[in-house]
Ligand binder design. Structure first.
Ligand SMILES: [Fe+2]
Length: 231
């Protein structure tokens, strides 16, 4: 799964990176040379992949840091999970169309490093009847005044939408699907990114779930990842 291409190849052939990510599920590499301006590098990778999406604070590059429950934004995963591990999810699942790609760049591994974990959704080995339920079971997707109903998968679109933080089951079938996915994620082949300063990954956010894995202890707030979401 891990790519071996050099950065020169990536930037000399625009389109190569996106194709590689779609084929492999993700691409991991490192900011070249001396680790300097990781922020502008994160933006550069995002522009190469497509159109970066502005965050609520109108920034292209968002800095993510582990945040204790009490200090977290009410609608964030941090509000529920704090400094602990995060369950697998699609980024931006509350949007009508989640970002196509997510770029994460390590600006600081932190004194208590915790990995980012990745998993291809189709490695969860759903049965035929489970696949039908994934296509048919509605969830309320909470997004303030723009909340809407959606399924996890659909024949009419190619992306997976899965985030227990913003999706509310409407019946027992939805609750059962959440339990099934959570259980399968524990037993599926997971890829871990053990961050070093300057590492970056690009995730196919439509087909790969990601989460925050378990470190030796809870994550520390000095762990900093830069994120660019791309449509
Ligand atoms: Fe995420």
């Amino acid at each position: 799964m891990q790519a071996a291409s050099t950065l020169e190849e990536v930037f000399d052939h625009p389109g190569t990176l996106a194709a590689k990510v779609v084929r492999q599920g993700w691409f991991k590499s490192r900011v070249p040379g001396a680790i300097g301006d990781v922020q502008s590098y994160a933006e550069k990778i995002g522009m190469l992949l497509g159109e970066p999406i502005m965050s609520r604070s109108r920034a292209i590059v968002e800095r993510l840091a582990p945040t204790p429950e009490v200090e977290a934004h009410a609608k964030s995963l941090s509000a529920v999970y704090g400094l602990g591990s995060f369950p697998m999810h699609t980024d931006g699942a509350h949007r009508l169309e989640p970002p196509r790609f997510i770029v994460l760049v390590c600006a600081s591994p932190g004194i208590n490093p915790v990995p980012t974990i990745l998993l291809r959704f189709n490695h969860l080995r759903f049965t035929r009847s489970e696949r039908m339920l994934l296509d048919a079971t509605p969830f309320l997707v909470r997004n303030g005044k723009r909340s809407f109903y959606s399924t996890i998968t659909s024949a009419s679109r190619s992306f997976v939408r899965f985030d227990e933080g913003c999706m509310v089951p409407q019946d027992r079938s939805g609750q059962s699907l959440f339990r099934t996915i959570t259980h399968r994620c524990r037993n599926a082949p997971i890829f871990s990114i053990n961050w070093r300063l300057g590492d970056y990954i690009v995730i196919d956010n439509w087909h790969v779930l990601h989460g925050r894995g378990v470190g030796a202890s809870e994550a520390s707030p000095d762990r900093g990842l830069l994120r660019v979401s791309v449509r």
